[in-house]
Design a protein around this ligand. Structure first.
Ligand code: PMT
Length: 228
């Protein structure tokens, strides 16, 4: 294994969007590129961790030295996450679709000139909350992300409490973020790290720099905790 501050640790990362099928050719998705999550996986590997990355569909190469599970849907992502545990730290950077179509059509839906199709939605499992609220096999550190378009810090703080994670990394995914190319899909990010200790604003930086700073914080946390 690679020497470094995370040597001997297992770090689990989710990244990218999920695709929720409507029929064999159509799906519901979002604008996540996977850049932020993949950068975290790469930074954790560089810091010496054994890294498992569970990725939705992205146009990025697998990070070097990382075990990657490729999935499409939220339910597949949840199964891959559960299968990858235990981990010392888990970071949930994926933009998981909150909803999927209640019953996926087995054949391509036809445009017959009749009524418009009505898509009934159902809720996807919350992967982060499921891991954060485990009573057994919970990673020592569970880090969520919060993608908000308004009231970023307040909504993210509430999300941290509701989901039960230790830290939440809040980012502004609105067009008003001032970040070229947007936070979803672009190369840079500006985040607030929210923990029980408070709210820390981080300056605008490349997604690689945000990842390295987060990984350094994770290493400091895991290093300072006494293992039982
Ligand atoms: O991929 P990029 O283009 O680089 O963009 C990065 C990013 C903006 C996608 C990333 O930085 C980010 O914010 N990821 C979380 C996006 C998101 O879906 O946020 P949310 O506020 O909807 O979800 C909150 C948290 O719960 C997230 O950690 C999410 O992974 C998790 N979640 C949400 C729903 C669900 N069903 N299961 C989950 O695990």
């Amino acid at each position: 294994s690679v020497p470094g501050p995370l040597a001997g640790r297992h770090v689990l990362v989710t990244s990218g969007p999920t695709h929720e099928p409507i029929d064999p050719v159509r799906y519901i998705a979002n604008r996540s590129s996977g850049k932020q999550g993949h950068a975290i996986a790469a930074a954790a590997a560089k810091a010496g961790a054994r890294v498992t990355l569970v990725s939705g569909p992205v146009n990025l190469p697998d990070p070097v030295g990382v075990t990657v599970h490729h999935v499409e849907t939220a339910r597949q992502m949840q199964a891959a996450v559960d299968g990858a545990l235990p981990a010392d730290a888990a970071i949930f950077a994926a933009a998981v679709a909150d909803w999927r179509v209640a019953s996926e059509a087995g054949e391509k839906m036809k445009k017959d000139g009749g009524a418009l199709p009505a898509l009934a939605l159902t809720e996807n499992p919350d992967i982060l909350a499921g891991v954060a609220q485990r009573t057994e096999g919970r990673p020592r550190l569970v880090v969520g992300f919060a993608a908000e378009t308004q009231n970023v810090v307040a909504y993210a703080t509430a999300k941290r409490a509701r989901k039960g994670c230790d830290w939440i990394v809040a980012n502004d995914v609105s067009a008003q973020s001032g970040i070229e190319g947007g936070v979803m899909g672009g190369d840079r990010n500006a985040v607030h790290l929210i923990s029980a200790e408070g709210v820390e604003p981080w300056p605008v930086a490349s997604k690689t720099q945000v990842a390295e700073r987060l990984v350094a914080r994770i290493a400091a946390f895991l290093g300072s905790e006494t293992s039982s």
